[in-house]
Design a protein around this ligand. Sequence first.
Ligand code: SF4
Ligand code: SF4
Ligand code: FES
Length: 262
Amino acid sequence: MVQFTLPKNSKITKGKEWNPPAVDAEPGRWREYRVYRYDPETADNPRVDTYWVDMNDCGPMVLDALLWIKNKIDPTLTFRRSCREGVCGSCSMNIDGTNTLACTMHAEEAKGAAIAIYPLPHMPVVKDLVPDMTRFYAQHREIEPWLKTDSPTPQKEWRQSHDDREKLDGLYECILCACCSTACPSYWWNGDRYLGPAILLQANRWVEDSRDERTGERLDDLEDPFRLYRCHTILNCTKACPKGLNPAASIASLKRKMVERS
Ligand code: SF4
Ligand code: SF4
Ligand code: FES
């Protein structure tokens, strides 16, 4: 068993150890999980609870382990998930020190013997591993993520060449999981005014779309010392993206377009 330690001066306390395995348990069978707990309706906050997951009875992904804990040990453990295929973006959390999706991370990928799980960093917590995404979604709404046109609506469809369609590759795949934005120091400190990498990648997706007829207006909306220009090219965002996208490149592309049109 690995000794339980918390960072010095941490306000997080050591919580309950739910189901320690028997001393003569089969070696390697039980995997230790240390999970952040916060419940606004109790006083014992925040804390880190320890659970042991029986790997003979559980699927290989971290989300499998969380579901196993919830179904077999502690039904109060709260987290978001839906697709379990890396498509919906709802199971994003900080696992083993990295923002990622619980459903696509294999437990074997964790470096430590015990797997630490926290909510996405620098977001208010609703409960346990569920962050409050209100501001993030409001920022997404602000960039008006839909096709804006002035031309008369075509009878059948808005057409696009293959080359123009290809320009959206690496952008349309974003699942808005917020792993990148919550890994970005500029977003941590200025998230009320800086849009952050996920939303800027989305903004770029509409700027790049050949069918959209409001590119100038979209760039005008980003021309602000905070909304776009708080990016300092630290590249945490690109490193964090579990879909292998490059939000930092989108930000650089938006900045380039600002210069080209001035
Ligand atoms: S490159 Fe920009 S957006 Fe990405 S983490 Fe760094 S400051 Fe944040
Ligand atoms: S760019 Fe990647 S990390 Fe950021 S929200 Fe989209 S999918 Fe998630
Ligand atoms: S459950 Fe949908 S991305 Fe993980």
